[in-house]
Design a protein. Structure first.
Length: 188
């Protein structure tokens, strides 16, 4: 059974707004390596559309001028990965993607039963639902040395407390810290 891993950048005050992050070479290399641990990405509509707008390779084959050379490995990795999109509002998806509708718990359990290295989930709303269902096997938070004071927050509305066990830690030159956790009690 392949594990479902949730990963996200988060500020010290719990903000998950992608616009307040630290985009440097070290963090992009870290995230590219994390993506290599998965066979596929699992996104909700908002995250899928945001990631597609930023990381889909243009039809010309040339990456945009704003993209630094050190961003390209991350861009290539995410661009080429299989994606599953959970949405009740989208009619279709492309960008190596498949639409998931219906019973979320059943659909994700089926994806986890498939052979492979793992599934990576990002975003805010979908991971909240997956955490409530007990389907996440690993949590990776890259805590940024920033107090944003606004934006969506991590797990706002969680129905039950999550008890996690620290299983890994990595510090970055920027002052960010990657914290890897696993659920400390049995989950679904």
């Amino acid at each position: 059974m392949r594990p479902l891993r949730y990963s996200i950048n988060v500020t010290l005050d719990g903000c998950c707004d992608h616009r307040v992050g630290i985009a440097d070479e070290e963090s992009h290399r870290y995230w590219a390596a994390e993506l290599e641990r998965a066979d596929a990405l699992l996104y909700g509509r908002v995250t899928y559309e945001m990631m597609e707008a930023a990381w889909r390779q243009p039809a010309t084959g040339a990456w945009p001028d704003w993209m630094a050379d050190w961003m390209i490995p991350f861009a290539r990795t995410i661009d080429g990965m299989k994606k599953y999109v959970v949405s009740s509002t989208l009619d279709r998806v492309d960008w190596n993607a498949e639409l998931i509708r219906g019973d979320l718990e059943h659909a994700v359990q089926e994806l986890k039963r498939e052979p492979g290295k793992g599934l990576s989930v990002g975003g805010v709303t979908l991971p909240l639902a997956l955490a409530d269902l007990g389907l996440i096997d690993e949590y990776l938070f890259v805590v940024l040395p920033i107090v944003a004071g606004h934006g969506p927050t991590l797990f706002a509305g969680l129905s039950e407390r999550l008890e996690l066990r620290l299983v890994g830690r990595q510090e970055f030159r920027s002052g960010a810290v990657a914290l890897r956790y696993e659920p400390s009690r049995a989950t679904a």
